[in-house]
Design a protein around this ligand. Sequence first.
Ligand SMILES: NC(=O)c1ccc[n+]([C@@H]2O[C@H](COP(=O)([O-])OP(=O)(O)OC[C@H]3O[C@@H](n4cnc5c(N)ncnc54)[C@H](O)[C@@H]3O)[C@@H](O)[C@H]2O)c1
Ligand SMILES: O=C(O)C[C@H](O)C(=O)O
Ligand SMILES: [Mn+2]
Length: 546
Amino acid sequence: MKHGFELLNDPFLNKGTAFTTEEREKYGLVGLLPPCVQTIDQQADQAYENYLTKADNEAKRHYLMRLFSENRTLFYNLFSKHLKEFMPVVYDPTIAPDIEYYSERYVDSQYACFLSADHPEDVETSLQNAADGRDIDLIVVSDAEAILGIGDWGTNGVEISVGKLMVYTAAAGIDPRRVLPVILDAGTNRQELLDNDLYLGEHHRRIDDEKYYEFVDRFVACAERLFPNLYLHFEDFGRSHATVLLDKYKDTYPVFNDDVEGTGIVTLAGILGGLNITGEKLTDQTYLCFGAGTAGCGIANRVLQEFVDQGMSREEARGRFYLVDRQGLLFDDMDDLTPEQRPFARKRSEFEEGTDFGSLLAVVRAIHPTIMVGTSTVHGAFTEDVIREMAAHCTRPIIFPLSNPTKLAEATAANLLAWTDGRALVATGVPSDDVTINGITYRIGQANNALIYPGLGLGVLASKARLLTDQMISLAAHSLGGIVDTTQPGAAVLPPVSRITEFSERIATGVAQEALRQGLNREPVSDVQAAVRTLKWTPTYRTLDA
Ligand SMILES: NC(=O)c1ccc[n+]([C@@H]2O[C@H](COP(=O)([O-])OP(=O)(O)OC[C@H]3O[C@@H](n4cnc5c(N)ncnc54)[C@H](O)[C@@H]3O)[C@@H](O)[C@H]2O)c1
Ligand SMILES: O=C(O)C[C@H](O)C(=O)O
Ligand SMILES: [Mn+2]
């Protein structure tokens, strides 16, 4: 057992002023702490008061990160008491500037694992060093080529791995000792980082694909070998790698790509939530994706699969999907489509000659979408003209501007509701305030993968699933139904973040049951609900091992 400063400096074991008199005597802490012994609730109250004195969300985040570095139990205790308030501070959108200025603001490695493609021979040692003897069940790994919508941030992107894991613990009770944030430094193409002496990553451009895939392969194989129960979460990889990597590993290991799959699940859940409100059928909808990249195509595929699951042929269902990217509406005669876009590309012969598809407005005018999802990173792209045009052809347009952080969102909830006189069913990527129009208060769902991935991960871990299958993913999307009271005027399409711990458990149980039904559990699990509950870690102090 650690003693003295070594114990105080271990955030997994540290209790700060809550070390009891006996513990202080036993573990060499006498004289190292102020005399008063506090309870964790007193510590949390005090920390919260301190937090409230901080001037803005960035300062608040820095304060919380310090607490996280020093005492994880207290950090999560406090987080659990202020979940809704802390989510946008700890996570998106406030995490974005902390990624941009990571190197300048660096104070602590936060127990993350830093892997460099320049030293592939160090992968195993680095993972072992970072795990420091802990059994690791969950890794969030990023190569930071496409952080949120803010682009390539190289090693600075480690913050997203750390941040996503914080949400796993806060929402689903994943034991913080059993997780590992990992950053793969494969270079960066952001010139301002390469020119910046303070930048803490490798100072070269991204490596070529051959070396890149070799490096990722080495990491995956090594992590899987060192941590046999690992569930591996990929985050914010670039458009040309994200789906390739997912497809490469998903039939061998339990891997998850948050931007492709997590976003697909939460968006489908939001669409199903919207249709619960209107009573309309999914298979009657026309779908427009604006920004057909990693998330855009991931969502389109998930929603398409739901059309198929609801009885429509894949071919007919595809006919309802329109993808718009930089080129405008995507056609099959274009030679710059990505492999993910190609199956959705339309034929020019479907339309009258001379139809204009160059702008979003023109596409909306031509196809009359009933669902429009934005994952383009183009701030304000859902203009009043576009929305009024869409709303002229359907009663309750489903409109999800999902680009993050706030400064990149395609529209605000307030504008979407104002321009449609309250008819739009809206969800946004980051939290939105309620909107009141004509006396009705509209609650805005947050279609952020954070609503889903913690519960999904808990379900995979509780069932000891050896793979994450399409059926488990579909189940997760369906498990958010029935939580919101859709008879209330202004009801949200998704349940509120304030209830995330409750519905994460529900997602986990459903997903774990599905894994068992498919016979994917590596070990027998007799009671799924009990397995989920047992796995959950609670933020209270434990007795230290002798
Ligand atoms: N809410 C969520 O849970 C969630 C999840 C994942 C991604 N996102 C957001 O979605 C956005 C995209 O992320 P990604 O990982 O898919 O990135 P990506 O780079 O893979 O995709 C973005 C796509 O938008 C296209 N685009 C850029 N400018 C455009 C324009 N002017 N018109 C039309 N298309 C344009 C790009 O060509 C690309 O195909 C980001 O802002 C990200 O934060 C949100
Ligand atoms: O990180 C988020 O807030 C959601 C998503 O994974 C994104 O990349 O934007
Ligand atoms: Mn992401």
